[in-house]
Design a protein around this ligand. Structure first.
Ligand code: ARG
Length: 702
């Protein structure tokens, strides 16, 4: 049979000699009983699937749509990663209150800081509703085209059943498997505590995406609701939320081989990606991203090192850029090292060769050829488009603002209404983290990157003008743009927005972005044209791939709640290198480099170490710091609780290892590990370093 598992299985055989029972899978919760419970129990689980799905899952929180958190106390205390709360820390930091650098601890509940725009979501109910939905689809004679709409219609029926909650149905397995999620949303989220940067991100970008690791990547938040229990935004009358379900935290530890499962919200995977798509990532998308980000990060880094105010402005932007830049570098390295394109190709060929009719064989190989041709023909345009989005959507702050809001300015200028007020708030928010000199320097450099890497006829028209009117001098052009444009400072922009006579369309930066937009449309059209057939073939190919045997089907990650399980275990590399499952505080101390900002340690931590003042968290005179398991997680799982066999929290997922950078399209049991913070290090830092025994008591209910 041609199953998805079959393909993956074939890849596993290709890639690793020791065939182990893979704990692959980002499992949908409603299928847990049928698909996983037996295996999980064999590994040590002591709960039933029902306890996990109906009970435990209600404590797991989707953090702002791109991370995970969990309730860990009866008073709405939330645990997530420091790096997930980083934006919030940055938004509230100033030179006087540099929480980003020094951490933050609320001395009492009324000192907890509301995090504007932070949204937490939990699932109050998760249920498979395939039978009902499929009956409805049949009755309505659903077709491929209107299925989505019909499913939404059906979801509306449930909505009436759950007032105040948000209902959503997600469809999988060629629209035959449907899962109902009933969600509760919280919008008053306050910062309770976070360690200083030097402890939380010890090892910095150098250690990011690698194991062994020595970070303490956590932050505490608290959820508040209206007195009648509604998840409304910040209000002084809001009260602490008492969740129906919160996780028990266990400081009792675990061993190598202990059962460990995480529940969280993984964002994106494409485990069925074709060799051509992986080729595209490797050779078209990743290189553009890496080039632009590396150039920008170098500039940001040097400005940030010189000036603390600039560091605060750019810290979150830098971290976001660096995180996925390094990820792309690792992905490319490991696509090559594991020869993944070739191996995928071989497994595609093996798939076609096995047990198909001649007619099927020719259809599927034609499909794969069509996919490959489309991707290759679109490559130059796709590359240019990636450069555009890295430069104009992410790279240059001033141009990025025009990209996001420019088109509505002429309209806003003519009004004096709520929209204008809103717009002014947006301007202030954007420019709060903007420095003209930094941005000007970045823009010059990124225009150079564009010129060097995008073929001339795919560049926006102003590049011709730079040649003809500015003697090819990018700096001259960019300087003039920043001097003339109202977008280069907040004050000038606010003035222009208030001035009904001012013609924004004549603005130099505005024109630059119009020209960019024109070319971008052209690139889109080219890509659509080149990829029209291949996109169709991809959909068809994906459809025929899995036969979805009951028992081992898990869909690609899509930001819905998933469970992954395995055991605490070492990482043994094919070359014989052994990377043990655990790191200790002694290892943190050994790694310290006082002159390197990424490896510096606060003196208080060092004196706690010298005095061996570890509270109850030590084993053999040392504190366990981080550990790894062999589960299956990806971006979005950051902040997921790692739970033991009783469903108690023993750690916090915060990263993946370097050898696993191809995980989104290739799972490898031998190479992939989940990196977790040990809850004992977290509690030690809370109690001994921050002096927040009160929080520890709240968590451990002492
Ligand atoms: N790579 C991690 C993730 O994407 C983020 C780790 C943050 N820490 C750091 N040192 N950059 O989840």
């Amino acid at each position: 049979m041609f199953t998805k598992k079959w393909l993956v299985g074939c890849m596993l055989l290709c890639m690793s000699s020791s065939a182990v029972l893979a704990d692959e899978g980002m499992w949908l919760l409603p299928g847990l009983k049928q698909n996983n419970e037996a295996r999980m129990k064999k590994l040590g689980l002591q709960l039933s699937a029902e306890q996990i799905v109906d009970d435990l899952s209600q404590a797991i929180i989707s953090f702002n749509g791109n991370g995970t958190a969990s309730f860990i106390s009866a008073d709405g205390l939330v645990l997530t990663n420091y790096h997930c709360a980083y934006d919030g820390l940055q938004q509230n930091s100033s030179e006087e209150h540099n929480y980003l650098r020094d951490g933050f601890w609320a001395s009492s509940r009324d000192k907890e800081i509301p995090l504007k725009g932070c949204r937490l979501i939990i699932n109050r109910k998760i249920r498979e509703v395939s039978k009902d939905v499929n009956t409805y689809l049949q009755a309505k004679r659903g077709t491929k085209k209107n299925t989505y709409q019909l499913v939404q219609e059906f979801a509306d029926r449930y909505q009436r059943e759950f007032p105040g909650l948000k209902v959503s149905i997600r469809s999988y397995r060629n629209n035959t498997l449907h899962v109902l999620y009933v969600m509760q949303i919280f919008e008053d989220v306050r910062l309770v505590g976070a360690p200083p940067y030097e402890i939380a991100k010890f090892g910095g970008e150098t250690d990011n995406w690698t194991w062994p690791r020595h970070g303490c990547d956590f932050a505490y938040l608290r959820v508040y609701v209206s007195p009648d229990g509604k998840g409304r935004p910040y209000h002084p009358k809001n009260v602490v939320y008492h969740p129906d379900v919160y996780l028990k935290v266990s400081d009792k530890g675990f061993e190598k081989g202990s059962f460990a499962m995480s529940i969280g919200f993984p964002g994106y995977t494409d485990r069925n990606a074709t060799s051509a798509e992986i080729w595209e990532k490797r050779n078209v998308l990743n290189p553009a991203m890496i080039k632009v980000r590396t150039a920008r990060q170098k500039i940001l880094k040097s400005f940030m090192a010189q000036n603390e105010a600039i560091r605060i402005k750019y810290a979150a932007k830098f971290a976001a850029s660096a995180n996925y830049c390094k990820n792309a570098v690792g992905m490319n390295e490991w696509i090559d090292r594991l020869d993944i394109c070739q191996k995928k190709k071989a497994s595609e060929q093996a798939f076609i060769a096995s047990g198909m009719t001649i007619e099927q064989k020719s259809r599927y190989s034609q499909m794969l050829k069509t996919i490959e041709t489309g991707i290759h023909e679109a490559a130059p345009y796709n590359s240019a488009l990636t450069y555009y989005s890295e430069v104009f959507n992410n790279g240059c702050d001033m141009l990025n603002f025009i990209n996001g809001f420019g088109s509505i300015i002429p309209q806003v200028q003519q009004k004096d209404d709520a929209m204008k007020k809103n717009f002014i708030t947006n301007i202030k928010m954007h420019y709060k983290d903007y420095d003209e000199q930094v941005d000007r320097t970045v823009t010059k450099e990124l225009f150079r990157v564009l010129k060097e890497n995008v073929c001339q006829d795919l560049l926006p028209d102003f590049f011709q003008k730079i040649e003809s009117d500015y003697g090819g001098d990018i700096d001259l052009f960019v300087n003039e743009m920043y001097e003339k444009s109202v977008f280069s400072t907040q004050e000038r922009l606010l003035k222009a927005v208030m001035d009904k006579q001012y013609n924004i369309k004549e603005d130099m930066a505005y024109r630059v972005m119009e020209q960019m937009e024109e070319k971008r449309k052209m690139l889109f059209n080219q890509i659509n044209e080149k990829k029209e057939k291949s996109s169709q073939a991809l959909i068809e190919y994906a459809r025929m791939l899995p036969d979805f045997r009951a028992g081992d089907y898990y869909p690609n990650a899509d930001k819905t709640i998933r469970l992954s399980y395995g055991t605490v275990c070492d990482l043994l590399l094919p070359d014989g290198t052994e990377k043990p499952f655990q790191t200790m505080l002694s290892g943190v101390m050994a790694k310290e480099q006082p002159d390197n900002p990424e490896f510096r340690l606060p003196s208080k931590l060092k004196s706690l170490w010298q005095q061996k003042d570890f509270g109850t968290y030590a084993i053999n005179g040392d504190v366990p710091v981080d550990f790894i398991t062999n589960g299956d997680v990806t971006g979005g799982n950051s902040g997921s609780p790692m739970l033991n066999a009783q469903g108690e929290l023993i750690g916090l997922v915060f990263d993946c290892n370097w050898e696993s950078m191809t995980r989104d399209f290739n799972y490898d049991q031998n190479l992939h590990r989940v990196i977790c913070l040990d809850v004992r290090y977290l509690l030690f830092i809370t109690e001994k370093y921050a002096g927040m025994k009160r929080l520890v008591d709240e968590i451990l209910k002492k």
